[in-house]
Design a protein around this ligand. Structure first.
Ligand code: PLP
Length: 434
């Protein structure tokens, strides 16, 4: 057999499905040279993927997805076992709330499953208008614009507002989607030290004057640290430097500020012209929003590529989100519960008071963090280890989240299970603490 044929045979054995793929079968029957090149390039692609995966594995950073059935906000089933979860962002337990599920079921019956096209074509269901009105009313803004997800929102909003010759200044711990949005804008990007208003002032003082428009971007509650941004100071600095402030409140909306979000923890609430939030965490469904003025929202529908060039959200998602936003607006006891439970957990464990329902326990070492998570798993608790690159090097952590559906018995159980694992090993309380 020639080496060419050997290669073909090996690929055929490795993955028979390859030969049913239209791309590959198209080449079969064409001249040998083309076929050989095709197989070579497929092999080099696989080789590339394998090399990258091996590198990640060597660093202990290879990840995998594990099939999991969530039975409600707290209980889940994985690998034949039941667990109590302390790692979901379903802070209010709305993913399984009867009213939210019913709204989604009704919408499927009435409107079908999919949106059929982009919002600008046939996908702008009337439910969008209802949802946007409700979100704007709760947040107290003139208008709101719903996006397909938080990632899509951040990658669409920033390039719609800034471009070459502009400046985007981001908190160094800002979510990956903010950084991606900033990069897609082609504006100049700078970062400021996490939650450090003095450093933000320094960065703006050194570069703002050289550039045209400027955006300052931060989170209301930081996803991996659970700490709050000093939004009052940041808003004032942004105003002083003629910069527009955008706050991603993915983890604050529905949870703090009586459900209205991080800005409403301040008296008076700071002026934040661009308030982004997700519908996938406390709201328990999927999607995201930007609350702003009417012209800015209109601009998004004209210029945000991640809104224009993607299919609209399914009607069931919009209907579920409407029901969930109604609950956030009215059920204040549910809204307050996750943070209160986090406070009780920390008090029982002798930790300082948390600023949100997200409690990081930073052990630093990747392996120690993995081991602690595995021990908790053995005890029936799911607490995901968070490692670089999601968090900075040397700050691997157990990220514990609380929901309105957790019971005190479950929290006390976790305290008992986690105490011996972390005793004397906590490196620091959050990323910014040295
Ligand atoms: C701060 C922050 N922004 C944006 C996102 C992305 O939101 P989504 O999951 O809706 O894409 C997340 C989710 O992980 C987040 O934590």
């Amino acid at each position: 057999m020639s080496s060419k044929n050997e290669l073909v045979e090996r690929l055929r054995n490795e993955d028979a499905r390859l030969f049913t793929s239209p791309i590959v079968s198209d080449f079969i029957g064409k001249n040998q040279h083309q076929r050989y090149n095709t197989f070579m390039s497929i092999e080099s692609l696989d080789q590339f993927a394998k090399t990258r995966l091996n590198k990640l594995a060597k660093k202990g950073l290879r990840r995998s997805v594990i099939n999991t059935n969530r039975r409600d906000a707290v209980h889940l089933h994985r690998n034949g076992r039941d667990f109590v979860s302390f790692c979901c962002n379903d802070y209010l337990g709305l993913t399984h709330h009867p009213a939210v599920k019913q709204a989604a079921r009704d919408a499927i019956q009435r409107f079908g499953v999919g949106a059929g096209a982009s919002r600008l074509i046939t996908g702008n269901h009337e439910l969008y208008a209802i949802l946007e009105e409700k979100i704007a009313a709760l947040k107290g803004t003139k208008a709101a614009c719903v996006f397909g997800s938080g990632y899509l929102a951040n990658t669409g909003i920033l390039p719609a507002l800034a471009g070459p010759g502009d400046l985007i200044v981001i908190d160094e711990l800002g979510h990956a989607s903010m950084h991606m949005g900033a990069r897609a804008s082609n504006a100049q990007i700078a970062t400021f030290r996490h939650n450090d208003p003095d450093n933000l002032t320094k960065v703006l003082a050194s570069s703002r004057h050289r550039l045209r428009k400027c955006l300052v971007v931060t989170e209301g509650i930081f996803s991996m640290d659970g700490d709050r941004a000093p939004l009052d100071e940041i808003a004032s600095i942004a105003l002083d430097h003629d910069a527009w402030l955008m706050v991603d409140d993915a983890h604050g909306f529905g949870v703090v500020g009586a459900g209205r979000g991080s800005a409403f923890e301040f008296q008076p609430a700071p002026i934040i012209p661009l308030q982004m939030g997700t519908l996938s965490k406390a709201v328990g469904v999927y999607g995201a929003f930007l609350c702003s003025s009417a012209p800015v929202v209109e601009l998004m529908k004209n210029r945000a590529r991640s809104l224009i060039y993607t299919t609209g959200l399914p009607p069931a998602i919009l209907a579920g989100a409407i029901a969930a936003v109604d609950i956030i607006g009215t059920d204040k006891k549910r809204v307050a519960k996750p943070h209160n439970l986090a406070k009780r957990f920390c008090a029982n464990l002798g930790l300082g008071e948390p600023e949100s329902p997200i409690v990081p326990i930073i052990l630093g070492d990747d392996t120690a963090t993995m081991d602690a998570s595995l021990e908790l798993e053995k005890a029936g608790y799911l607490v995901t280890p968070i490692r670089p690159p999601t968090v900075p090097q040397g700050t691997s952590r157990l990220r514990i989240t609380f929901t309105a559906e957790h019971t005190m018995a479950q929290i006390e159980g976790l305290v008992d299970a986690i105490s011996p694992l972390i005793s004397g090993k906590i490196l620091r309380r959050n990323t910014s603490e040295v």
